[in-house]
Design a protein around this ligand. Structure first.
Ligand code: SAH
Length: 215
């Protein structure tokens, strides 16, 4: 397995910015999963951002990535990654590849990642940028169908908001697995569910969020 972003020593200045980002924006707000923190220290966020915004790549907010889409705030990526409660080697489904930043973080966590993006250009760019990873599987299409051939997943992370939780994700989630998903319209909440042994979802909302709609 290749880890193309593990060569931090190449640029000490970017590595320092990432270290600060993790300490000040993420660990300071209560994220403690070392698998997540380590991954976010490694992935060069500026590589996923248009040239005009690269100087603010490590600031505390979302940024535009073109096609009217955004790369999530680093803290949001951390919260959602931690909420999956996964270990290296597990299998996760990601809906909304976007820039591929969240995908890269999941891959650096040692997960087998299945990611779906509906916009062809974004899907192509992310696949090219992350082509060194053997543990990422890309698909361009409608993520509302999930990825039935690869199910069940130990975790499902959705980075675009549906109006209600799609039943497909519940079906494709393993017992004991977690579903992390923003739900709502103009007003949204981030939900974290665990699939119970009887197949039902347990859990609830964490806080208010603003994601693009799952279309
Ligand atoms: N995680 C991304 C942010 C994604 S923004 C990152 O780190 O950059 C949400 C993405 O979901 C957008 O790229 C949007 O095109 C995509 N999306 C919206 N509806 C979708 C659908 N039905 N299937 C797959 N992707 C979808």
């Amino acid at each position: 397995m290749k880890w193309p972003f593990s060569r931090d020593e190449d640029n000490p200045s970017d590595a320092r910015k990432r270290h600060m980002m993790v300490e000040q924006q993420i660990r300071a707000r209560g994220i403690s999963d070392e698998l997540v923190l380590d991954a976010m220290r490694r992935v060069p966020r500026h590589e996923f951002i248009p040239a005009t915004f690269q100087d603010v790549a490590y600031t505390d907010g979302p940024l535009p990535i073109g096609n009217d889409q955004t790369i999530s705030q680093p803290y949001m990526v951390a919260v959602m990654s931690e909420a999956l409660q996964v270990e290296a080697g597990m299998k996760v489904l990601e809906i909304g590849t976007g820039s591929g930043y969240q995908t890269a973080v999941l891959a650096e966590m040692g997960l087998e990642v299945f990611t779906i993006e509906v916009i062809q250009k974004l899907a192509d760019d992310a696949e090219e940028l992350l082509s060194g990873y053997e543990n990422i599987h890309f698909r361009c299409g409608d993520g509302r169908q999930g990825w039935p051939e690869a199910a069940p997943f130990d975790g499902i992370i959705v980075t675009a908001a549906p109006k209600s939780v799609p039943e497909v994700y519940v079906e494709q989630l393993a017992i004991g697995g977690h579903l992390v998903i923003p739900v709502g319209g103009f007003s949204q909440q981030l939900y974290v569910f665990e699939k119970a042994t009887d197949g039902s979802l347990e859990g609830g909302s964490r806080f208010g969020v603003r994601f693009v709609p799952l279309v």
